[in-house]
Design a protein around this ligand. Structure first.
Ligand code: XMP
Length: 506
């Protein structure tokens, strides 16, 4: 495996993604918490950083356990740190270099840069620059404005690159990372979904033995894949609970419960609609609604889990980005919202936690799900917030409003699927606005509600753009909704990007 030491760069996760795409397992650890067991580590990558190596408190790391033993690749800050600690010099650049640059003088003999095309485009993002290399360093690529774009320390497999090969704008970044991971570190592409399933199921069996595990299913990808893996390992000792909070999409509870049963999962569907509606009655503040839903979920889940005697473990669908965030150099980041802890359980439950997906990125979870034969309707579904339609009904929640929104949403999502657009957008849904507007239907004046449609393109939900859906499509959806959903006489389309807007309206 490859070890990535994180110095806080916004791109560190991307380095891991690129290595995983080469089917090589890798882990990210903070620079100040270097793992002690390095037995299987075949190569080390040092990430970039928002810091400057010239700061007195600049992040430092002791590389004596690595240097000379396994190959090391410093990226940006990593490259500057390696240069500085080996007798080179780093100074502020006279021109700050951000964005595209073209490599020149590429050393085709060097194992790191071999195969890169002349003028290969790379992505720069740095305010400091290496003005003098260590004495034993050899320059292996330059750009017109940055002399030291890539170098190797002579006599060892230690490299530094000033640009970011992990971002897609570095068009041959993948070749460079591949050169490092395959040729220099000698890793083989053996990290595949099938190998993951095999080893994970074996580990789970070993760890859980005949213990019982409880797991809350949400209908989403992560909890579903986690459940199927656990089921493969321990069969009927996995007790799944799927709660109907009355805030799901139209018919979703029945459909998803059905798919789970088809997959052989031991799942109990719990109708708790009324408990959620009661708790939400009269609440209008979005955070208050989220808190009420989180609280009732815990209560319902707790009641149900007590029905399972002798449960020892709680299964969770936590994925790798959440784990990285929680141990990150920067500390749990402000980007983690309270809502992502909706499933958090009270510690009086005293269950040990098992998280079979905590080394996977989202797209890897899907690939694993595919290799497990999970229904594509579950694997490819859009993200859906834990509080469900409650945060898509602005203002207070009533069962009537939920029913209206479910109808409108079902028409929108149904047509996206029918017209082949569902997989082209990252997330979509309808929002019920707390406004009424005047309309005319037949000879009658109406005064009814407005629904907003939201569809976005995104990679990870952190940033998003509104989907440029065809006008004819929007016209069709609008017509269908206004004609078929009683209580709605106006449909609008949300054309805001994130930032500054968010994907949800609450
Ligand atoms: P925003 O609205 O913050 O949404 O741009 C980003 C992603 O997070 C989802 N989201 C939530 N998920 N509980 C969840 O489980 C929530 O309270 C919540 N709020 C937003 C949103 O659907 C989008 O995918």
């Amino acid at each position: 495996q490859i070890l990535i030491l994180d110095f806080g760069s916004q791109y560190t996760q991307l380095i891991a993604r690129r290595v995983r795409e080469l089917q090589v397992y890798c882990e990210i650890h903070p620079y100040n918490k270097v793992p002690t067991n390095l037995q299987n580590v075949q190569g080390l990558i040092l990430s970039g950083s928002p810091h400057s190596v010239r700061e007195p408190e600049a992040p430092q790391v002791d590389l004596s356990a690595f240097r000379g033993r396994i190959p090391v690749l410093g990226v940006c800050y990593g490259a500057q740190l390696l240069a500085q600690t080996n007798g080179g010099q780093v100074l502020p650049s006279t021109i700050r270099e951000y964005g595209r640059a073209l490599l020149s003088e590429i050393d085709q003999q060097n194992p790191l840069t071999q195969g890169l095309s002349p003028n290969s485009q790379v992505w720069m993002s740095h305010g400091d620059t290496i003005v003098q290399l260590p004495e034993n360093a050899q320059l292996i690529a330059q750009t017109p404005s940055v002399r030291v774009a890539a170098y190797q320390l002579a006599g060892e497999q230690t490299f530094g690159i000033q640009f970011h090969p992990e971002v897609t704008h570095s068009t041959e970044g993948k070749t460079l990372i591949q050169n490092f991971v395959y040729d220099i570190c000698g890793c083989s592409p053996n990290w595949t979904p099938a190998s993951f399933v095999e080893s994970t199921v074996a580990e789970l069996r070993e760890k859980l033995g005949t213990d019982k595990v409880i797991l809350g299913l949400s209908g989403g990808v992560d909890s579903s894949v986690a459940a199927v893996l656990l089921h493969k390992a321990i069969g009927q000792n996995l007790h799944c609970i799927f709660v109907d909070n009355g805030l799901l999409r139209k018919d979703e509870f029945e459909q998803v419960l059905h798919s789970y049963k088809d997959m052989g999962l031991n799942v109990k569907g719990v109708d708790a609609k009324q408990r959620f509606y009661d708790a939400l009655a009269g609440l209008t503040d979005p955070e208050a609604k989220r808190k009420a839903i989180g609280r009732v979920f815990v209560e319902v889940f707790d009641d149900e889990s007590h029905q399972v005697t002798d449960a020892r473990w709680l299964g969770q669908g936590t994925i790798y980005p959440d784990v990285i965030e929680s141990v990150s150099v920067k500390g749990p980041s402000a980007t983690i919202k309270s809502h992502h802890n909706v499933g958090g359980l009270p510690d009086y439950m005293k269950l040990k936690v098992v998280e079979p997906l905590n080394t996977l990125f989202k797209d890897e979870v899907r690939l694993v799900g595919k290799s497990l034969g999970i229904d594509p309707n579950i694997l490819n579904r859009h993200p859906f917030p834990g509080p469900g339609l409650a945060i898509r009904i602005l203002g207070d929640i009533t069962p009537e409003k939920v029913a209206i929104l479910q109808e409108a949403d079902a028409i929108f999502i149904g047509l996206l699927k029918e017209k082949g657009l569902y997989d082209k957008v990252w997330q979509a849904g309808a929002i019920l606005l707390p406004v009424q507007s005047v309309g005319v239907m037949g000879d009658e004046r109406t005064y009814e509600r407005v629904v907003a449609l939201r569809a976005v393109t995104s990679v990870d939900g952190m940033t998003a753009d509104w989907s440029h859906l065809p006008y004819e499509f929007l016209a069709l959806v609008s017509n269908e909704i206004i004609n078929k959903v009683k209580g709605i006489n106006r449909v609008v389309y949300d054309i805001s990007s994130k930032p500054p807007a968010t994907i949800e309206w609450e």
